[in-house]
Write a protein that binds this ligand. Structure first.
Ligand SMILES: Cc1cc2nc3c(=O)[nH]c(=O)nc-3n(C[C@H](O)[C@H](O)[C@H](O)COP(=O)(O)OP(=O)(O)OC[C@H]3O[C@@H](n4cnc5c(N)ncnc54)[C@H](O)[C@@H]3O)c2cc1C
Length: 458
């Protein structure tokens, strides 16, 4: 082959970012992206029924990790922030809404006085939370620990179940008692190692308020039209990449002279380099013959099944405009794990008036996708009526089923994945892994990982 050829497998944000990086690095190369489904985007999808923006997957990009927003700007998009008038979410508990006490950072209370005044915890729960000030360290510099074990030790079960678990495990749809702290919230370990008390450490490392500097910039971004517009702009920017949908890859095998073969049902692509950007259980299948040890490690990553329900309500509603939604702890009698007040959180340009909500279903250990679409709809209507009784019936409702959507980072995840990547580098240097299961679930992590995979190919 005179012209170099690169193949990317999977057309989610990881695969599309890999194509973008490949094109920048190898302007003259032939680049092919093979996607199994009939559309690009993977779990990112936006329903625009009636002009509303209903996200079926992610709804926001964390700005603090700049890669994803920088990529969006490079393909011509202007990020929009959350509505500055809506700050924070409620916790729905014992049939009531509680404010998250001021000073809570990443599920951790840092303002003891605010915690004492909050009705969220019992007196004994508040007293137990204060143990953090004098307990010795539980983390070891070279060991991972379950996030739940760490937080239960430092703050007690009530802080975990009523505050930290709904806020933190919601992001990963995971079980806080199984989740790797190193892979999800490594900052907590750093705080404990440096300051011993997490509360003291969080206070000392809090960035100083800058008086007179105007409103705080939004931590999160999206785009007019929702995150599907990110996928659309990225896809459009790859005009000289051969983007193929309905093309599932069956396996990736080594070929002569350091090349790789990417095999689909009807064609075999010989490539100088391959980025595999599919979920872990698919990557394991593709690599089974080629890199058995890597396939075994990657194939052992479990996933959570989720459902997201978007709903539009006509006219005025019971939904406050100064909150972004509510979180539901386990054992509150609801299967809903959280609800976003979309029309309060985001002021998307050019959307019709009306109240838009989005509810999340799916917790570790509960398979919500055993329910069909009608049962999920009925469950949503019943539970939303229980929580917001005066809301009425939605004028439009959309169920998004997200099977095996979020990888579960269990204790030791990063070390196992690091070893697998190293092994693949040695055994098949022409193949690299990207995707949300490797070392970060969020969109910026996926973009960063995709760039690293392209770099690894040389
Ligand atoms: C409900 C939900 C809410 C989320 N919220 C947020 C959020 O607000 N902010 C945030 O940053 N992150 C969020 N995330 C996480 C983030 O969206 C994902 O981690 C990220 O989009 C995953 O992208 P990906 O490309 O790695 O994987 P995917 O999106 O899963 O894409 C993989 C692609 O590979 C294709 N594929 C699979 N097998 C093959 C094969 N054999 N051959 C060819 N193609 C194949 C699939 O069809 C798919 O298109 C959320 C995720 C979910 C599910």
């Amino acid at each position: 082959m005179s012209t170099k050829r690169y193949v990317v497998v999977g057309g989610g944000i990881s695969g599309l970012s890999a194509c973008y990086a490949l094109r920048a690095k190898h302007p003259a190369a032939e680049i092919v992206l093979l996607e199994a489904q009939n559309r690009m985007g993977g779990v990112i999808q936006t329903d625009r029924h009636g002009g509303y923006v209903l996200e079926g997957g992610p709804d926001s990009i964390l700005r603090r990790k700049p890669e994803a927003v920088q990529l969006a700007q490079a393909v011509g998009l202007n990020p929009i922030g959350t509505n500055p008038g809506a700050r924070g979410a409620y916790i729905y508990q014992r049939g009531r809404f509680f404010d998250i006490p001021p000073g809570v950072q990443s599920g951790i209370p840092t303002d003891v006085w605010a915690l004492i005044q909050s009705g969220l915890l019992s007196w004994s729960g508040k007293a137990r939370a204060s143990f953090d000030f004098f307990l010795p360290r539980i983390t070891q510099p070279d060991e991972d620990i379950a996030l739940g074990r760490f937080l239960r030790y430092r703050f007690g079960d009530e802080v975990v179940e009523r505050l930290a678990a709904p806020m933190l495990s919601g992001i990963y749809a995971g079980d806080i008692d199984q989740m790797s702290m190193e892979a999800t919230f490594p900052h907590f370990k750093e705080l404990e190692q440096t300051y011993r008390s997490i509360v003291q450490g969080a206070r000392r490392t809090r960035p100083p308020a800058s008086p007179g500097a105007g409103p705080r910039p939004s931590l999160f971004a999206t785009f007019a039209g929702g995150l599907q517009s990110y996928i659309d702009a990225l896809t459009a920017s790859l005009e000289d990449v051969d983007l193929r949908v309905n093309t599932p890859v069956i396996e990736v095998v080594p070929a002569q002279a350091g090349l790789a073969e990417v095999v689909t049902g009807s064609e075999t692509f010989v490539a100088d380099g391959v980025v595999i950007a599919v979920p872990a259980y698919q990557a394991a299948i593709l690599l089974y013959r080629t890199a058995r040890m890597v396939a075994n490690v990657v194939g052992a990553v479990s996933y959570a099944n989720l459902a997201v329900i978007g709903a539009v309500y006509d006219g005025s509603s019971e939904v406050p405009s100064d909150k972004t939604g509510f979180l539901v702890p386990r054992n509150e009698g609801l299967r809903m794990t959280a609800c976003t007040y979309v029309s309060s959180k985001w002021h998307y340009p050019d959307v019709p008036a009306g109240t838009v909500l989005r509810a999340y279903y799916g917790r570790a250990g509960e398979d919500v996708l055993t329910l069909g679409e009608q049962d999920l709809t009925a469950l949503y209507v019943k539970e939303m009526h229980q929580v917001l009784p005066r809301l009425g019936m939605p004028a439009y409702l959309k169920v998004f089923r997200q099977p095996q959507a979020i990888p579960q980072y269990q204790v030791g995840h990063l070390r196992k994945m690091g070893a697998a990547i190293q092994q693949l580098r040695t055994d098949c240097p022409h193949v690299a892994l990207a995707g949300s299961y490797v070392d970060g679930v969020g969109i910026p992590d996926c973009v960063r990982r995709a760039y690293a995979a392209v770099d690894q190919l040389g």
